[in-house]
Design a protein. Structure first.
Length: 213
């Protein structure tokens, strides 16, 4: 039941990025979807209807969980959009540095829900999920703070992250219906997708250097 709700949340997160968010186009098809962003709500509505229909055949609570996952996405997306505006206002405000840092930390912690949900594709152990997300957030922050300009040059890394989210969400939905997926499939595919876009970013960076950009 938890898997299908989390899976719907992550799949919606991917489609929102694919249809509505500005991006560097890592794959040719991304530009087509972005230009037709108005289809986002139609696509996720039809997708949710199909998932709920099949879920109700298996167990009523699965259908309810899928709807909760959908609601959670739109609620957190609304809060996140509002928080991002507040964050921008705060940066340019006269508040003290300490209060700014504390506020940004609260925002960062509050909206890490996608990372927590994605972890369920790897394990259902809550202690491992908490430990993994904590260590992951720490490592990402340290790497970003120390190499922020270098990280920015890898322009397709977010594309890789979002496609990984699509695969993780799909795996979670399939698992909730009893489809057997080998335990190694999630980490291997995730690593492969990220590696592909990392290499693509590296090639793009090399081309820019040759052009003198």
């Amino acid at each position: 039941i938890l898997l299908i709700g989390g899976g719907v949340f992550l799949v919606f997160l991917f489609f929102h990025w694919l249809f509505l968010e500005q991006k560097r186009f890592g794959l040719g098809v991304e530009e087509f979807f972005y230009k037709n962003g108005f289809w986002f709500y139609a696509v996720v509505s039809v997708l949710l209807s199909g998932i709920v229909w099949f879920a109700l055949q298996k167990h009523p609570m699965m259908g309810f969980s899928a709807v909760v996952g959908s609601s959670a996405f739109f609620i957190t997306h609304g809060f996140k959009s509002s928080a991002e505006r507040k964050e921008e206002e705060l940066v340019h405000s006269s508040a003290s540095d300490v209060s700014k840092i504390l506020y940004l930390e609260v925002i960062d912690t509050t909206f890490s829900i996608d990372g927590v949900l994605g972890a369920f594709a790897f394990t259902l152990s809550v202690p491992l999920i908490l430990l993994g997300n904590g260590l992951g957030a720490l490592m990402v922050r340290q790497l970003t703070m120390g190499n922020i300009e270098r990280v920015k040059k890898y322009v397709y890394l977010k594309n890789g992250a979002m496609y990984s989210i699509l695969f993780l969400g799909t795996f979670m939905i399939l698992k909730s219906f009893g489809v057997h997926i080998p335990e190694w499939a999630s980490p291997i595919i995730t690593f492969g997708v990220i590696a592909f876009f990392f290499i693509k970013s590296h090639w793009a960076m090399g081309k820019n250097i040759q052009k003198g950009l």
